[in-house]
Design a binder for this molecule. Structure first.
Ligand code: GSH
Length: 205
């Protein structure tokens, strides 16, 4: 398998962390999706990363599908097995993916010429992130893992989401979410996270 993505994309990072967690045979090919001559649109008509080549010329795209495939491909899913745990994990992943979407929308807005930036747009995306962290903190019982007693896709996706927030929208979410802060310190110290940090990432004090 070949995984195409950039070094900073949180969508691609979910797949990169999973490849390491499961020790899957998968080469990472660094490609920037933004330039006009990017090879990504030839592999994903939507022109976005991640893209996963599962056989010569056969590609999967959209990070949720890519993560699902990688989780299933070796018959050793890390997802919670019981129905309640499975849906709890899906809930955390939806919340985490929403945080990533909001953080990306926010950073893209900040890159527009200053006179064209909309403060309301920034505030709306930031409010999504703040609400999601608050709801996550209330839902979390505390401990090392979000669901059950082992690492699942919930920890992976929500861990990547909060670390992307630290990267592109650094702010003190930890004082409002102490249980999540403790959990996040543990999850992001895993090798799979350490080895896939975006270049230039500064660890929060
Ligand atoms: N819904 C997509 C979003 C992927 C995405 O937006 N990736 C960004 C990189 S962080 C990208 O490739 N952007 C290029 C573009 O929007 O043209 C997913 O989950 O894979």
């Amino acid at each position: 398998m070949k995984l195409y993505g950039s070094l900073t994309s949180p969508y691609a990072r979910k797949a990169r962390v999973l490849v390491r967690e499961k020790n899957l045979p998968c080469e990472y090919v660094v490609e920037d999706p933004w330039p006009e001559d990017s090879p990504i649109p030839a592999r994903n008509p939507l022109g976005k990363v991640p893209v996963l080549e599962i056989a010569p010329g056969s590609y999967l795209f959209e990070s949720v599908m890519v993560v699902h495939y990688l989780d299933q491909v070796d018959g050793k899913s890390i997802e919670a097995k019981d129905a309640a745990g499975y849906w709890q994990s899906q809930w955390w992943q939806a919340l985490g993916n929403g945080i990533i979407d909001a953080a990306i929308a926010r950073v893209l807005e900040t890159r527009r010429p200053e006179e064209k930036q909309m403060p309301q747009k920034l505030a709306r995306e930031e409010a999504r992130i703040h609400r999601a962290v608050g709801v996550g903190e209330n839902a979390f019982k505390g401990g090392d893992f979000l669901v059950g007693d082992r690492f699942t896709l919930a920890d992976l996706v929500f861990g990547v989401a909060l670390q992307y927030t630290d990267f592109r929208y650094p702010h003190d979410w930890r004082s409002r979410a102490p249980k999540l802060a403790r959990w996040h310190a543990g999850i992001t110290s895993r090798r799979s996270f350490e080895e896939t940090l975006p270049p230039g990432f500064v660890k929060p004090a």
